[in-house]
Ligand binder design. Structure first.
Ligand code: TA6
Length: 282
């Protein structure tokens, strides 16, 4: 079942339920802010202090960072681009079977987008809600000139506690550390003892977020970079829409095209970034 819901302030989202899972997707930002297969607690973390306000990104779920990840060269432009605060359209939906629902949300260039980024485009997010979650973010260049994008499906995952989790699958990758602005080599699993904000590069394998009772597996296509982020104590206290202890129950593993994994897209060509997320109970 797909229901359009509206909060008192006008904020609209799609409530999707089938025999395998429950999900919620805001029309602003095509932002998935809840996903729970029926055999598991929610996979996505959502801040208890999150604002559901028009023009402000939800803190949690899967913000879409596009057409740039992080800061643009022009510091006056919004961090992580404008897609996450733009209003998208539901362009297709289908209940494939009792266990599977598919939807497509679309964003096109507009007068306001052209002021921020001077290209005509179509961006679509195809979502498959079932016992796994699949997101396909397709960028099509509708302009006469080529353009280059960096992007991320900035997934916030719900965890039992930051001291109980580790990340497998990035053990042989190099990464750019956004905190020191230096390049390092990862050796072994990632554990968290301090703020982590890294762009892993040259990724060829699936990534596993291992918690006490479950493991979340992330498989990406059209991407060779992934961001791992936890703000830790001080940054968490400074962050908007985040309680002081929120860093304990979330970690971001973001399916990305960042740094040298940026994508140049020629006129009338497309690029698709795909993330496939599943949970297994341990
Ligand atoms: O992906 C990591 C990151 O770029 C961090 O540096 C960080 O502050 C964060 O995303 C959240 O950004 P936001 O713009 O949503 O506050």
């Amino acid at each position: 079942m797909i229901n359009l819901q509206k909060l008192k302030n006008g904020f609209e989202y799609l409530d999707i339920s089938n025999k395998s899972a429950h999900a919620k997707i805001a029309l602003q930002g095509a932002h998935i802010f809840h996903y729970a297969p029926h055999n598991s607690n929610p996979l996505l973390w959502l801040s208890q202090a999150s604002d559901f306000e028009l023009g402000k990104a939800i803190r949690g779920g899967v913000p879409i960072c596009w057409p740039w990840f992080g800061m643009s060269e022009n510091p006056e432009l919004p961090q992580h681009g404008f897609a996450r605060t733009s209003m998208w359209q539901l362009s297709a939906s289908s209940e494939i079977d009792a266990h599977t629902t598919e939807l497509t949300l679309t964003l096109k260039h507009s007068k306001s987008s052209l002021k921020l980024w001077p290209y005509r485009f179509e961006l679509s997010l195809h979502v498959r809600v079932s016992d796994t979650l699949t997101m396909e973010l397709k960028t099509t260049n509708l302009d006469e000139k080529p353009f280059k994008i960096t992007q991320a499906l900035h997934s916030y995952f719900q965890i039992s506690d930051i001291s109980h989790v580790h990340i497998e699958g990035l053990g042989k990758s190099s990464y750019f550390d956004a905190l020191t602005q230096e390049q390092y080599q990862q050796n072994g699993d990632i554990e968290f003892y301090q703020e982590v904000d890294r762009i892993y590069q040259g990724i060829k394998h699936e990534i596993r977020l291992v918690d006490i009772k479950r493991q979340i597996v992330i498989k990406n296509e059209g991407s060779s970079s992934a961001v791992v982020w936890n703000p830790w104590i001080e940054k968490c206290a400074r962050m908007s829409a985040m309680n002081n202890d929120a860093y304990r129950t979330m970690v971001c593993i973001e399916s990305a095209n960042a740094l040298e994994d940026a994508k140049a897209i020629a006129p009338l060509q497309s690029h698709t970034l795909k993330a496939y997320i599943e949970v297994t109970n341990l």
